[in-house]
Write a protein that binds this ligand. Structure first.
Ligand code: PMV
Length: 337
């Protein structure tokens, strides 16, 4: 039996300046740049095994066969290993709820690309020469572009710390803006619902572009928000980062709400958490919120008020679980032993 196997781990990332909108749907290129925090303690681990013995791809997520997600995963493997590649067995494990607005597709596709690329380099006899040459020449940016083609936000999980993604000329550019250890921010996640999201973010973005009257001004103002956030990060100016991040998040959700039909990911717990965070701010606490394509609230704070933020959000009606994380590292290969 000819086989090639590798396992990789990637952490989800939480955008402060959001990606919402595609400039090229077929290549999945974003219409706007974005800025995110890669987390430390939440992860997806992905094992990819290519074998000439398999007659089709097979995906398991947390031990269950996942037929729905397989076509997207297979397409991503075609991009990494060529469409003539041997079929693969893919096993994914995640230590947090998936498809619920916690960026599980970001960590999943980042880990998938890293594992698949490594596996291709393990057994050159089962891949064609073109694939082997492509695999050998890929750096982190090339892997990020492949991950981004599957899920726009996944490109950012190839990098650790505070990450900026630029739309670029022909393809995205993405890199760490500030290393994780340089500014010890904390991210407290209040889970207000465990179910899968109602509309996939990719479909929702296309709907927003087609139908929200706010979409064009969202796109026009993004460079300004990115510039403000970048300078806040460079100056470690929490207040400035808080203001621009909340504004950018609320603008993205306004675009969603004004789409037709409207896209509303929030629930009552989401609003109650936002109110609790506003109260903390009024009491002088350095904390701000952000929400993505789901009802979970992420509160960004600092190590000295993390316990207070966790305690406050855990007491909010509708909050099921609280998780917390610092900023983490780039996607990496795990030892298969
Ligand atoms: O990468 P996708 O297609 O799952 O889209 C992510 C969209 C948001 O999470 C809402 C924003 C972002 O920048 O991560």
């Amino acid at each position: 039996m000819e086989k090639a196997v590798a396992t990789a781990q990637a952490q989800p990332n939480i955008a402060l300046i959001k990606y919402w909108g595609k400039r090229d749907v077929s290549r999945n290129l974003p219409a706007v740049g974005s800025l995110s925090l890669t987390l430390a303690t939440l992860w997806t681990r992905m094992k990819v095994e290519f074998s000439t013995d398999f007659d089709r791809d097979c995906l398991q997520v947390d031990g269950e066969v996942a037929v729905d997600m397989l076509p997207r995963v297979s397409r991503c493997l075609d991009q990494v290993a060529g469409s003539n590649r041997p079929r693969a067995s893919i096993e994914s494990h995640c230590n947090f709820p998936i498809a619920a607005g916690l960026a599980s597709s970001a960590s999943a596709f980042a880990a998938l690309v890293v594992a698949a690329n490594k596996a291709c380099g393990q057994a050159s006899d089962i891949f064609d020469e073109e694939t082997i040459a492509a695999v050998a020449s890929r750096d982190t940016l090339a892997l990020a572009r492949l991950a981004g083609a599957a899920s726009g936000s996944a490109a950012r999980s190839l990098f650790g710390g505070i990450v900026e993604l630029a739309t670029g000329d022909d393809d995205i550019d993405v890199a760490t803006l500030l290393a994780a250890s340089t500014w010890p921010l904390r991210v407290v996640v209040a889970v207000t619902e465990r179910g899968h999201k109602s509309v996939a973010s990719g479909d929702a973005m296309i709907l927003s572009e087609k139908s929200s009257p706010f979409y064009s001004s969202w796109i026009e103002n993004q460079d300004h928000d990115l510039e403000v956030a970048r300078s806040a990060v460079n100056d470690r100016d929490f207040e400035k980062l808080a203001t621009v991040s909340e504004h950018n998040c609320l603008k993205m959700h306004s675009v969603m709400w004004t789409s037709r039909p409207p896209i509303v990911y929030w629930n009552q717990g989401t609003l109650a958490c936002m109110e609790a965070i506003r109260d903390l701010q009024s009491a002088g606490q350095a904390v701000f919120f952000t929400m993505d394509a789901g009802p979970q609230v992420k509160a960004i704070c600092q190590p000295d008020n993390e316990a207070l933020v966790m305690q406050t959000l855990s007491e909010v009606d509708g909050v099921e679980t609280i998780m917390s994380s610092g900023l983490g590292a780039a996607a990496c290969i795990l030892d298969d032993a």
